[in-house]
Design a protein around this ligand. Structure first.
Ligand SMILES: Nc1ccn([C@@H]2O[C@H](COP(=O)(O)OP(=O)(O)OP(=O)(O)O)[C@@H](O)[C@H]2O)c(=O)n1
Ligand SMILES: O=P(O)(O)OC[C@@H](O)[C@@H](O)[C@@H](O)CO
Length: 402
């Protein structure tokens, strides 16, 4: 009798999508006492970057992180520290397949927290140690899973695959162009992959490495293969962690948060700067009143943003800048990587003497020397505008030359 492996074909456009992130391994190939998913990059556990990547996608309703029993508390503290939402932590198994199966059960059976989550139409399965996953590939595999029942990201093989004979000599080699590396993310109609796991043998669960194979073997579902990007690789060896750190640093340097107060003309500068930067780097523009919105800024700082442009029209911008530095320090953002803080002081008045502006910049320069010891690179820019009738405008820029 054909297994009841769920219906195929296009589901409702707004159908629920959930993600299961297996994070229950011990990371033997990487070495060290800490399982690789909990190794920190820029002070933040690797798994948190992957959860964050999923959280940035609004149409993923639930994120199930599957960890070994001894790491449940650690995962809970990561979720709390980094403010992860939509996350349910589930107990892992002794193999990856068993962990994934445990993650799926939370939608189908009472899990240990007795919380039954709404069953999604489509479930994404993505290794927690593949932190560089973007919405585009996730959307592609989810749409393909809706139409075909299963889908998975693939990449060209780098090395040729060969088969060795029992005597340790070459038996044959595969024609590399005909084969692909199976990567993650993968996506499935929930009923198909859940049914497949329910029919799995212990051998499958203990020695298998391929979810797409289970859907084919037990639900006769040929997964749609989707070409993925180069950064879908899995952190497996130490070198992969170094590579991940280099990519994360590169990503951080491409993010800036523009902070202004809510006054109209300053907010206008915020808008113009955002528009001019957004085509080149990832920009977040925030208009807050520093003294009133600590919470909002704390969220930004704990969001691991590493570059800030603070635009102020206050008389003494250095006090505003000091407030930001204090909040940055309170946010426990690990300043392992230089934080760039550009303090832009807009001085729109009729009879501003340049001396006041220069005094201000000198104060900022002195402050910059102090905060540089904390790995915060502070720059001050002063924009002075004379009244329109004089038709003059001056801008002076002072950098910390120390
Ligand atoms: N019992 C297991 C084993 C692995 N995984 C997870 O499956 C993903 C991919 O597996 P792999 O790279 O093999 O991780 P490890 O098993 O930890 O690595 P190793 O084989 O080197 O020990 C990882 O996120 C890992 O945490 C899991 O959830 N449960
Ligand atoms: O075998 P490992 O546990 O190292 O990693 C799991 C990988 O096999 C898996 O993530 C992809 O190959 C896609 O199935």
């Amino acid at each position: 009798m054909e297994p009841s492996c769920g219906s195929r074909g296009p589901g409702p456009a707004a159908a629920a999508v959930a993600a299961v992130l297996p994070a229950g391994g011990s990371g033997e190939r990487l070495g060290g006492a800490t399982p690789k998913q909990f190794c920190t990059v820029q002070g933040r556990p690797l798994v948190s970057y992957t959860v964050g990547a999923m959280e940035r996608i609004s149409w993923i309703s639930h994120i199930i992180v599957v960890v070994s029993p001894e790491n449940i508390e650690k995962m809970n503290s990561i979720v709390e520290k980094y403010g992860h939402k939509r996350v349910t932590i589930v107990r892992g198994g002794v193999t990856r397949h068993r962990s994934i199966f445990n993650g799926l059960k939370v939608f189908a059976e009472n899990n240990f927290s007795n919380q039954l989550l709404q069953k999604p139409e489509v479930v994404i399965i993505h290794d927690a140690v593949r932190p560089f996953v973007e919405e585009d590939i996730l959307s592609k595999v989810v749409m393909a899973a809706k139409d075909h029942g299963a889908a998975g990201a693939i990449r060209p093989l780098v090395s040729t695959v060969i088969a060795s004979a029992a005597d340790g000599f070459l038996d044959h080699s595969l024609e590399r162009a005909r084969y692909r590396a199976s990567e993650m993310p993968q996506a499935f109609l929930f009923d198909i992959i859940y049914e497949a796991y329910q029919q799995c043998t212990d051998y499958d669960l203990d020695y298998g490495t391929e979810c797409l194979h289970l859907a084919l073997k037990y639900c006769k579902t040929n997964a749609k293969l989707v070409e993925g990007t180069a950064d879908l690789w899995k952190v497996t060896y130490k070198r992969d962690l170094y590579a991940a750190e280099s990519i994360i640093k590169g990503n951080l340097s491409q993010q800036v948060c523009i902070i202004t107060n809510v006054k109209e003309d300053v907010a206008q500068v915020n808008f113009l700067l955002h528009e001019s930067l957004k085509s080149r780097i990832k920009v977040e523009a925030v208009s807050v009143t520093l003294s009133k919105n600590d919470g909002q800024l704390q969220d930004i700082f704990s969001g691991q943003c590493y570059n800030f442009v603070c635009i102020s029209d206050k008389k003494y911008a250095v006090e505003e800048t000091q407030k930001l530095v204090d909040m940055l320090e309170k946010s426990n953002t690990p300043l392992l990587y230089p934080v760039v803080l550009i303090s832009v002081h807009l001085d729109v008045s009729e009879n501003t003497s340049c001396s006041i502006g220069m005094e201000e910049l000198t104060r900022i320069k002195k402050f910059a020397r102090e905060v540089k010891k904390k790995n915060i690179l502070l720059y001050g820019i002063l924009f002075q505008y004379k009244s329109a009738k004089e038709g003059q405008s001056q801008s002076t820029e002072e950098k910390d030359e120390s």
